[in-house]
Structure formats: C-alpha cells, structure tokens
Design a protein around this ligand. Structure first.
Ligand code: ZN
Length: 174
C-alpha cells in the first residue's frame, strides 16, 4: 500500500540540522552531529495520519507515494518545516510562572503555562532577578532540517482516526 491522504504511516526518523546552506554549498556534513530528535533512540516508530497537518509540510510531501521498507533522506527548508525565526517574539515573564524558574539558564527550553490554560514550549533568552525573558520562536524555526526516514508500515486509516484528525496506535481507541 502506498502512503497517501487518509493512510496511517509508521516510520522511523532521525532529525539533524542540515549541513547544507541556503546557496546549496556544504558547510559541514551533519553526519557526525548528534541528532536533534530520533524515533530510533526511543525505539518506537512515529505514527502519522497523512493529509491532516500532523507532520511538517516537507516530511508529509516526501512520504506521499512511499511504501513499507523504503528508506530515504531529505533536507527540509524552514518554510516547509517550522518557519523562519521572527523578531519581536521575546517576552518578559515573572519567575513565578515557571515551575523551575530558579534552575533556568539562557538557551534552555521550558514549558510555560498560558492564560488560556494551554502550554507553550519556549526558549530561555535571559534570566533576571524576578523575571525571565523567553523567546516564543519554535526552537527549530529558521533551521534547514535533515531527515533520515524509513517507512515501516502503511495502512488505511479507520473512520475514527479520520474524524479525529490523528492516528491511533493499532487503529484502536486512545
Ligand atoms: Zn483520536
């Protein structure tokens, strides 16, 4: 079965920052760089329902038409991944809004609770006496990403998965 909209694709991936620069020249091969993320290290393949914005656009497009057993590598530009970095995304937040405020250092990522009850992944920009400046850009914004992907399974989505807009392990309930 080929991966397409409303199929569920299981795949392993290793994500590194691409060594390719915007003008197409090799800056440094990322082969020996530690992965930013890897399903192989977790041991469980990623599961995704195609056609429902579960994956970044570049990966979704690259998976289309693939079958179980195929392995390939792709470079994904920021526009097809997490977007460009934006200015004006730094926000000063009182320390009491962080559960680990005294241990944070610039460059670390932490989760901030929002007024609406949600959670946001932010990067610590600067730590002050009583407040912390956080950067709301996605940590991978502005980066060209390199994915090493191996498709392990493709199956038709269940009607329930399609109505929920995401894949369920083994097609069952949550
Ligand atoms: Zn569901």
């Amino acid at each position: 079965m080929k991966a397409a909209k409303n199929t569920v694709v299981s795949f392993h991936y290793t994500l590194t920052e691409s060594g390719w620069t915007e003008n197409g020249l090799v800056e440094s091969r990322a082969d020996d760089a530690p992965p930013l993320d890897s399903s192989r290290e977790r041991g469980e393949p990623m599961l995704a329902l195609l056609g429902h914005q579960q994956l970044v656009a570049g990966v979704e497009r690259a998976l289309e038409g693939r079958e179980a057993g195929e392995r390939f590598e792709i470079d994904v530009s920021p526009a097809d991944a997490y977007g460009e970095r934006r200015d004006g995304m730094i926000q000063r937040v009182p320390k009491k809004y962080f559960h680990n405020g005294d241990r944070l250092k610039p460059g670390m990522q932490t989760v901030l609770r929002t007024r609406e009850g949600g959670q946001r992944l932010v990067t610590v920009h600067k730590v002050g006496m009583s407040a912390i400046d956080v950067d709301h850009n996605h940590p991978l914004a502005g980066k060209t990403l390199h994915f090493d992907i191996e498709v392990t399974a493709v199956r038709a989505a269940t009607p329930e998965e399609i109505s929920h807009g995401h894949a369920h392990p083994d097609g069952g309930h949550h």
